[in-house]
Design a protein around this ligand. Structure first.
Ligand SMILES: Cc1cc2nc3c(=O)[nH]c(=O)nc-3n(C[C@H](O)[C@H](O)[C@H](O)COP(=O)(O)OP(=O)(O)OC[C@H]3O[C@@H](n4cnc5c(N)ncnc54)[C@H](O)[C@@H]3O)c2cc1C
Length: 450
């Protein structure tokens, strides 16, 4: 059984989780070798085709604070106080995310955040970062991690144990372990894809900067998040096939007509809509289920490599960062990699399953429910109950986004109880429910939070 600190740790993938994890492990006194397929982002322009900006919330912030990088991250953040809902008529309404000053989420550019994390990791004496290193897989039988230098293709191998794979949703390490029969991996693809479009800074001034914009249209939606340069990144989420799907948007005319019908107020913001639409990739969305996440004390999958989720709760990165915090905290109690990896999986698996489910549910909420009168009544009622019973009732969205002390699994559990309670208290109109009944039900069903 290999003891912590006996050998350098391989971290595969210097994305969001890998770079942060390398830094946290190094701060613990461990030697880290961080392998990344891409070129050094400090010397090259970022790859296109991934989400350009992300919503960062309390779980992610807590991880960044723990790693001591908040000072460098803060200038990259833009507060988003709520959802700015754009209706078909062009009318807008802000639905605040929370009800306290600090209950906001933050838009952050993926490339900028990743660069800061890589810089911080690389500056640490115990981290060596190797770029242009594509991992080909883990060979557990021979105890080797296989790599290839890009672009010329020289192959090399290093000792496998211990390796932490943070190589993302398409993890090569996961694929190699699955091919060797050491774990089972299943990718559950959504039948909706996404495409990103840029609203240039010159036009972005027309949109409220401190909001996440959303054009909910029933079976599909458009969203837009602000960037620090005044531009916005818009993302269209739409079925792959069918008359209301990407497949039907097969010409500049079809694209322009679709936007004119569904998102007319965005046309002045996207003068080059058809050209962008043709040039930008169409991305797939899915949930990754892996079992187990580790092979003895040799390899552990973490972040998207273990449990990628759909992006509708804005939590994939936040969950991956929380993984890093949990692993870091467990280093206090475990002296060997096998027990550490096993305990990490025990703690995180129920939470990963919970956020995967809530992320899928949130797609329906975002594209359909935010315009629904019942949804809005329940939201107002939930906010009122939170004000009255702050120790017992916190809206599920707030538990996930603003309360890292409440686990995802607990948020899912309490959220189900609360949804039932809201249904029972809903008067079907603006009228307040009976306050005595509300107090009784809450005290019976929702124990105070720790
Ligand atoms: C459209 C979209 C919107 C999203 N919005 C949000 C959001 O608002 N909020 C949020 O919290 N999350 C969001 N996410 C999810 C978020 O992007 C991921 O959960 C997060 O990036 C996971 O981090 P990671 O480090 O596990 O993987 P990644 O960030 O994907 O990093 C993986 C790294 O591994 C490298 N790599 C891959 N293969 C190899 C290999 N074979 N060898 C070596 N290196 C390799 C990659 O180059 C990359 O650097 C969104 C995702 C999508 C697709």
């Amino acid at each position: 059984m290999s003891t912590l600190g006996e050998r350098a740790v391989n971290v595969v993938g210097a994305g969001l989780a890998g770079a942060l994890l390398a830094l946290l492990l190094a701060r613990r006194g461990l030697e880290v070798r961080l392998y990344e397929r891409r070129a050094d982002p400090r010397q090259s322009t970022p790859e296109r085709g991934r989400s350009i900006n992300l919503a960062l919330a309390a779980r992610g912030l807590r991880a960044l604070e723990r790693a001591g990088v908040m000072e460098r991250v803060r200038p990259l953040l833009i507060a988003m106080r709520g959802r700015m809902v754009h209706s078909l008529t062009g009318a807008t309404a802000l639905q605040p995310y929370g009800q306290r000053e600090h209950e906001v989420i933050w838009s952050v550019g993926r490339a900028d955040l990743n660069r800061v994390l890589i810089e911080a990791a690389a500056a640490h004496a115990r981290v060596s970062v190797r770029f242009n290193q594509q991992c080909l897989g883990a060979d557990v039988r021979c105890g080797r991690l296989r790599l290839r230098t890009l672009p010329d293709g020289d192959s090399s191998e290093v000792a496998l144990a211990p390796t932490i794979a943070t190589d993302g949703a398409g993890s090569a390490v996961r694929a190699s372990l699955a091919a060797a029969g050491l774990l089972a991996a299943r990718e559950e693809w959504l039948d909706h894809d996404y495409k990103e479009l840029t609203i240039a800074a010159a036009r972005g001034g027309a949109l409220e900067r401190h909001a996440l914009h959303i054009w909910p249209r029933g079976g599909f939606m458009l969203i837009a998040l602000p960037n620090t340069d005044g531009s916005f990144t818009a993302t269209l989420f739409l079925a792959r096939h069918g008359p209301q799907g990407f497949a039907a948007l097969d010409s500049p005319t079809a694209v322009t007509k679709f936007f004119a019908r569904e998102f007319a107020d965005t046309l002045p913001l996207l003068p080059d809509l058809a050209a962008q639409f043709a040039a930008h990739p169409q991305g797939q969305l899915g949930t990754v289920h892996t079992d187990p996440w580790h092979v003895g004390g040799e390899v552990l999958l973490l972040g998207d490599a273990a449990h990628a989720i759909v992006p509708f709760h804005g939590q994939g990165m936040n969950a991956a960062f929380e993984d890093c915090v949990v692993l870091d905290e467990l280093l206090d109690s475990y002296r060997d990699w096998q027990s550490l990896f096993a305990q990490f999986e025990r703690v995180r698996r129920p939470n990963a399953a919970a956020i995967a489910r809530m992320a899928l549910e949130n797609y329906t909420e975002m594209r359909d429910a935010v315009l629904d009168a019942r949804f809005l009544r329940h939201k107002a009622l939930a906010m009122g109950l939170e004000r009255r019973f702050p120790q017992r009732f916190i809206p599920r969205y707030s538990m996930v986004m603003f309360h890292p002390e409440i686990s995802y699994a607990e948020a899912l559990r309490r959220g189900a109880v609360q949804a039932q309670l809201l249904a029972e208290l809903d008067t079907g109109s603006e009228a307040e429910p009976d306050p005595a009944l509300a107090a009784k039900l809450i005290e019976e069903r929702l124990p105070p939070l720790g």
